[in-house]
Write a protein that binds this ligand. Structure first.
Ligand code: SF4
Length: 186
């Protein structure tokens, strides 16, 4: 077996662990992914269409996932008064409470055993691998705002930062959130 095959088997096994752990708290793995996504996405990205791009699933499946989370009282949907097609999704208090019991925590404990340098290297390598893989399928990378080429740190007319693409102010906490429009800074 080649080195590449060995790595692929590791990905497969990790993905199986993630999938098996994703049946906790009365949710399905995709519902957990959506809940995590809405907790980490910025205000330009907390929509059904952005979630569809993030998950790389069909609109129908994503719509069922959102409806299930809504029925369980884990998310709120707000329709834009100016454009009824635009919907923003936010976690409810109940959703935030459930997220605090995220089954990914068991993997987080394993990762915490690595040194800071090992974690940084793993993060960089997996990030590069994911971006390359998504590019081949026209997928979107959804990086953190502060690593985007449009991010203007401490802009004179920012709050304190600004998005150079959308011309919108960005707070310090916005800078850590992920965005559907993200393009990695060179
Ligand atoms: S700077 Fe980039 S990631 Fe941040 S809001 Fe603008 S487009 Fe999105």
């Amino acid at each position: 077996m080649s080195n590449i095959d060995d790595i692929l088997v590791l990905f497969e096994r990790i993905s199986r662990v993630l999938h098996n752990d994703g049946h906790a708290g009365g949710l399905k793995p995709t519902q957990w992914e959506a809940l995590r996504y809405f907790s980490r996405a910025n205000r330009f990205s907390r929509s059904p269409s952005a979630l569809t791009a993030y998950l790389g699933m069909t609109k129908g499946t994503v719509s069922q996932t959102i409806n299930a989370l809504n029925k369980k009282g884990l998310i709120d949907k707000t329709v834009d008064d100016d454009d009824r097609r635009q919907v923003q999704i936010d976690l409810t208090t109940k959703g935030l409470k459930l997220l605090a019991q995220d089954p990914l925590e068991s993997l987080a404990q394993s990762l915490s055993k690595l040194s800071g340098a090992q974690r940084q290297e793993l993060h960089n390598d997996l990030g590069d691998f994911l971006r390359t893989t998504l590019r081949r399928r026209d997928g979107l990378p959804f990086g953190a705002c502060k690593t985007c080429r449009y991010f203007k740190k401490n802009a004179p007319d920012g709050s304190p930062h600004k998005c150079g693409l959308l011309e919108e102010p960005l707070s310090a906490s916005d800078s850590d959130l992920i965005c559907v429009e993200h393009e990695k800074a060179g």
